[in-house]
Write a protein that binds this ligand. Structure first.
Ligand SMILES: [Zn+2]
Length: 433
């Protein structure tokens, strides 16, 4: 089936922030067949033509998420991290069932689609249930099977073997991809990290872990080994291949050089880092060294939203504040970190841009709103998209050419029923029913 979408403008999602006014996007078999100015478009032929009054942009790519934690959104607000973990999170997670994870992920996935996020990198328990949830909503996910030594969990070697087995059964349509998610160097023993990295390289899988989120987390490792966490990971053969490191807030120049040398990508989570007072990642320095960076929301218990477009604005704000320089991150670059740059960061060149050959993951943002005036130049549309707080104006979303949000509502699942389910399960997990 062929479909032609016409739009006021297309925001390509490239680093330079290309905006194509009066644009056409042709979609065929789930891919973008052609994209560009209407004046240059090939004949429409028998394609169904859909005229959109606003902007078409690539589906956003959320590079770091623990989305099923929507069940814990807002719980323990204002507590310091150790009390939040001991009194709020761990008791709830101890009661968590596989059904809870699937329902929560379905709800979170619907919420993300509603905000224009079509792909997320997930790290959470029950990866097969997370896959089932995005199967229901029609979104995409790269699911890093979590490895963490917790009471009641199988030994880490078994967790690793199960994750590799799971990956072998993934569908081949790009909807779900499995990766390996050893939590972090301060929680997972180094030999296991080395083994996970070896297997990830062998199978071409994404290796996803947390690095340098807080100032103190590497202190014990530094005392024991005399190396920073990045240097320790390099020394233990964990780097190389598709490695995606979340946060990377506390990195010195040497650490950044290692990231550039091993082509380690960064999932930058500005909202989580701000909420938990972790610090501000050195995004400008990373980009200047050629390090791949994508934006992530992190889990909804530490953001507390899944609104990646809001985090685009925050990323630009924090980079400018940290550098005391209004040019430290342009609007175009900030948006690229959630689109083309994010796709690069997770090693998925089939996603993240409105260009021919990529998957037809598309977002229509209605520009018939006061938040989108004035527009003197087409580039102003991208500026407003980043700075004007307009994620509420996402009207329609397609994933692989299939429409999953129409006129502001998710079409694949019942959002009202999910709200009731999330509320009931969250109350049970909190020990209130
Ligand atoms: Zn995380």
């Amino acid at each position: 089936m062929r479909q032609r979408l016409t739009a006021r403008a297309v925001v390509v999602g490239d680093r330079s922030g290309t905006v194509v006014p009066d644009a056409v996007v042709d979609v065929e078999d789930g891919r973008i067949a052609w994209a560009g100015p209407a004046a240059d478009a090939p004949p429409a032929g028998d394609a169904e033509v859909v005229a959109l009054p606003g902007l078409l942009l690539p589906g956003l790519v959320n590079t770091h998420s623990h989305a099923p934690m929507v069940l814990f959104r807002g719980q323990g607000e204002g507590l310091p991290l150790d009390r939040w973990l001991r009194e709020v999170m761990w008791p709830r997670e101890a009661r968590l069932t596989p059904d809870d994870v699937e329902v929560a992920m379905t709800a979170a996935s619907a919420e993300m689609l509603r905000g224009g996020v079509t792909t997320s990198v997930e790290m959470y328990f029950e990866p097969a249930r997370i896959a089932a949830a995005v199967g229901a909503t029609g979104a995409r996910a790269v699911i890093a099977a979590p490895m963490v030594p917790l009471p009641g969990m199988p030994p880490l070697e078994e967790q690793l073997a199960a994750a590799v087995d799971l990956a072998a059964g993934a569908p081949d349509d790009g909807s779900v991809e499995y990766g390996l998610g050893p939590h972090a160097a301060y929680t997972v023993p180094l030999p296991l990290l080395r083994r996970a990295a070896e297997l990830a390289r062998e199978h071409g899988m994404l290796l996803h872990l947390h690095v340098a989120e807080t100032a103190g987390e590497g202190a014990d490792l530094l005392a024991e080994h005399g190396l920073s966490v990045p240097a320790l990971l390099a020394a233990h053969d964990v780097l190389g291949g598709r490695v995606l490191a979340a946060h990377c807030v506390h990195m010195d120049d040497g650490d950044l050089e290692l990231w550039a040398e091993y082509d380690v990508a960064v999932a930058h989570c500005p909202a989580s880092n701000a909420k938990l007072a972790s610090g501000v990642a050195r995004v400008r320095d990373m980009l200047d060294r050629g390090i791949r960076v994508g934006l992530g929301t992190d889990g909804p218990a530490s953001n507390d939203g899944l609104d990646l477009l809001a985090d685009v604005r925050l990323a630009a704000q924090l980079a400018r504040l940290a550098g005391r320089d209004a040019t430290a991150l342009t609007a175009a670059e900030a948006l690229w970190l959630a689109t083309g740059g994010a796709a690069d960061a997770i090693g998925r060149p089939d996603l993240g841009q409105v260009t021919a050959g990529r998957r037809a993951d598309l977002v229509h943002v209605d520009t018939r709103d006061l938040g989108f005036e004035p527009v003197g130049d087409p580039a102003d549309l991208l500026t407003h998209l980043v700075w004007s707080g307009v994620s509420r104006l996402v009207r329609d979303v397609w994933v692989g050419g299939r429409q999953v949000v129409a006129d502001g509502a998710v079409t694949t699942v019942d959002a009202g029923a999910l709200r009731a389910e999330v509320a009931a399960r969250a109350a049970r997990l909190a020990g209130q029913s």
